[in-house]
Write a protein that binds this ligand. Structure first.
Ligand code: ADP
Ligand code: MG
Length: 469
């Protein structure tokens, strides 16, 4: 059966439709079109680079599985951005009718002092789902989220610039868009530019080449809020830094809010001009850290609620304890699980979750390979006791050592919270867990045989990674 690109894409969409919330489906999937297909590739075109990223990031696995389902063999889905319809590559250029046309006088008269000239962009490329409401606050992001809320409430007053930094998938872009979305909700005419520093660089280069520098400068210097994502890309790009420096100063002097994100703090950006580093530190620099177990649980619960999914606590806990490095990873796991359940027509159960997430879990380097239950089971088997006995309250001697060892390995390999660990072993409190972990550490120092046993268990667990569960 040979399908055209469009036919194949239609069939893939039919499959995917059942497992993606309708709104997301319409926004991200239905809006893409098929361009071409070969025996092993389907090429799609999305509206803009932002859509491309979303499709690849959020729906990559689900689209791949759906296409495989349709064709009966794996096929690569590539997404590219549609060429812009105007020669001007700068985003947010569709300008609405300026308000001033409704207000006779202001159009011909001098513009208000507080407002720069020119109309506001109609729809800055902000992701509407990235709001404060949808952002789960935990110990890892509390300060960052409070700072962003403060900036959204009173832009350019308290923290200017606001500099957010942290690893991939921890919510920097989400928070940045949330500021923009809140500002827009309060005043739809707000001039907001969201741009990655890579795009800034590309546009700058194009503007220089095409002699449009004046336009380029005006665009960014007219903003009420400038959101620049991933400024670490500016490193080593001298002329972009120079231009950015002037844009920064112009906005700062005009008391406009600037928000920046990066994967590292300003001081650690080695190939960034000193004057930019110091500008970046003028306001507030705050970091986002990976979510702890409780926050991961809360995020998963919220995602499930928001998307109307029913996942019981056991499954949420399984995902939360398996995916530890970022929120993006958590989301990927949920999407994969949904796709799997819908494609195989099975209800979401813990067993299905284990099977579906086999490839997701343990994929990235800084991610733990195994679940806490697996660690408990492996230790139980090696010490020849039953896993349920380890999980019980019983205090017999033959259980104490393996139980303490399992607690130690879970803490060491997964860095799970002490309270959670206690919960897995007969509801012991966190001080008992600390005591157990210390005991194991002491004994490993004193007793080489015991140390070898513990290391053996650890090796076995590490090997499971390469083979899946
Ligand atoms: P970053 O820009 O730091 O790489 P993103 O902002 O793109 O990360 O976040 C990755 C994904 O995780 C996004 O879909 C975002 O909505 C989600 N996310 C991140 N942090 C949270 C949080 N605290 N609550 C809810 N969703 C979050
Ligand atoms: Mg980001």
């Amino acid at each position: 059966m040979e399908l055209t690109a469009t036919e194949l894409w239609e069939k893939v969409q039919e499959v995917v439709r059942t497992s993606v919330p309708e709104h997301s489906f319409n926004t991200w999937i239905a809006s893409a079109s098929a361009v071409a297909t070969t025996s092993d590739e389907l090429i799609l075109e999305a509206q803009n680079p932002f859509h491309v990223e979303w499709l690849e990031d959020k729906f990559g696995p689900i689209l791949d599985s759906a296409a495989e389902h349709v064709l009966g063999r794996p096929i690569k889905i590539s997404v590219r951005a549609a060429a812009p319809s105007t020669p001007d590559p700068i985003p947010s250029v569709e300008l609405p009718t300026p308000r001033s046309t409704d207000q006779p006088g202001s159009a011909s008269g001098a513009p208000a002092q507080t407002r720069p000239k020119g109309p506001a962009p109609s729809s800055p490329p902000l992701n509407q789902r990235y709001t404060f409401d949808r952002f789960v606050v935990g110990g890892n992001n509390q300060l960052a989220s409070a700072a962003c809320r403060a900036v959204a409430d009173t832009p350019a007053r308290m923290y200017n610039p606001l500099f957010l930094y942290g690893g991939v998938g921890l919510g920097k872009t989400h928070l940045m868009h949330a500021i923009g979305n809140q500002l827009l909700a309060g005043d739809p005419d707000s001039r907001i530019a969201y741009i990655s520093s890579e795009e800034f660089t590309n546009e700058l280069v194009a503007s220089i080449r095409e002699g449009r520098m004046a336009q380029f400068r005006r665009r960014y210097r007219d903003m009420d809020l400038l959101l620049v994502d991933d400024v670490h890309f500016l490193e080593g790009k001298e002329s972009t830094q120079e231009e950015f420096f002037h844009t920064f100063n112009a906005l700062y002097d005009a008391q406009r809010q600037i928000v920046l994100t990066s994967d590292r703090p300003p001081k650690e950006m080695a190939r960034l001009e000193e004057r930019l580093v110091s500008r970046f530190e003028w306001g507030l620099v705050v970091d986002l850290r990976p979510p702890d177990f409780e926050t991961r649980m809360a995020i998963l619960r919220k995602k499930a609620d928001d998307d109307g999914l029913s996942m019981d606590d056991e499954i949420i806990e399984f995902i939360a304890s398996s995916c530890t490095s970022s929120v993006r990873e958590l989301e990927g796991a949920v999407i994969k699980l949904l796709a799997y359940s819908s494609l195989t027509h099975q209800e979401i159960t813990i067993d299905l979750a284990r099977t579906a997430l086999r490839g997701v879990i343990g994929r990235s380097d800084n991610q733990p390979p195994v679940s806490p239950e697996t660690i408990r089971d492996v230790v139980a088997r090696r010490w020849r006791v039953r896993p349920e006995a380890l999980a019980s309250k019983r205090r017999t001697k033959d259980l104490t050592v393996p139980r303490q060892t399992a607690m130690y390995l879970i803490k060491d390999m997964l860095d799970m919270s002490l309270v959670r660990i206690g919960g897995m072993f007969g509801g012991r409190d966190h001080s008992t867990v600390i005591h157990s972990i210390r005991k194991v550490q002491e004994q490993m120092e004193e007793d080489a045989d015991f140390r070898r046993e513990v290391d053996g268990a650890r090796r076995e667990l590490a090997e499971r990674l390469s083979q899946g569960f």
